[in-house]
Write a protein that binds this ligand. Sequence first.
Ligand SMILES: C[S@@+](CC[C@H](N)C(=O)[O-])C[C@H]1O[C@@H](n2cnc3c(N)ncnc32)[C@H](O)[C@@H]1O
Length: 249
Amino acid sequence: MSEATRTDWLPFARALPRASVDLCYVDPPFNTGVKRTATRPIRGTRASHPASYQDNWPTIDAYLAWLRERLAATIPAIKPSGNLLVHVDWRTSHRVRVLLDELLGADRFVNHLIWSYGLGGSSPRMFARKHDDILFYCVDPARHYFDPPRIPATSRRMRGQTKKATDVLDIPAINNMAAERTGYPTQKPLALLELLVAACSPAKGTVLDPCCGSGTTLVAAKKLGRTPIGCDLSPAAVRLTRTRLSEIP
Ligand SMILES: C[S@@+](CC[C@H](N)C(=O)[O-])C[C@H]1O[C@@H](n2cnc3c(N)ncnc32)[C@H](O)[C@@H]1O
């Protein structure tokens, strides 16, 4: 199987062998109601056709039905020791958590991770929304893999040492000048995916991302010695993912 395939998540998931994946991380469209378009031409695309994907469903129920069908098809592919991370935001996290409780069982819930990213504007009418939600579920609570990540300690007493990460991950979003920026809309930072992949999948394990976008998860997996597999509907996403993977020695 190729590392990144251009196809819909649903047939891709249905074709996966049972119990073959150690970690499935999925960062689906968030149902923002708009078409997400690249901020600049990405590698392999023409300026007149910037990479984009549709991110609007007629209702939240239609969105959840789309997601339910695909998650239900994916779960059998995850090993009993495996994990599932679903990356969403304030628009749907409350409903997606209920959906995952239904599909896997509420006792398979592990963490509600907060990715606190900092960048962006503010509003005079509310607290600024500065985080995404990553819902962490396992298949078997007694067997699931977890290697607690360590991050630099910030207190004066522990200066120069590390501490265990909490469920709030303070990792800046990719800024406009960052070398890793590809221009693909909603690209996630490699630092976030490296932390998640290292914590939630074993060395040499298989990491699946069925909405791989610019390929960040698969790049993190390959760099960390895991086997990356993924797909995306967008030809530009798959081209970019393959290019990024080919650049890793
Ligand atoms: C939020 S983006 C993923 C961004 C990615 N995590 C990254 O770091 O670049 C969501 C992706 O889902 C893809 N997508 C939307 N519907 C899909 C489907 N039915 N099957 C596979 N991919 C799909 C979009 O093309 C888009 O690339």
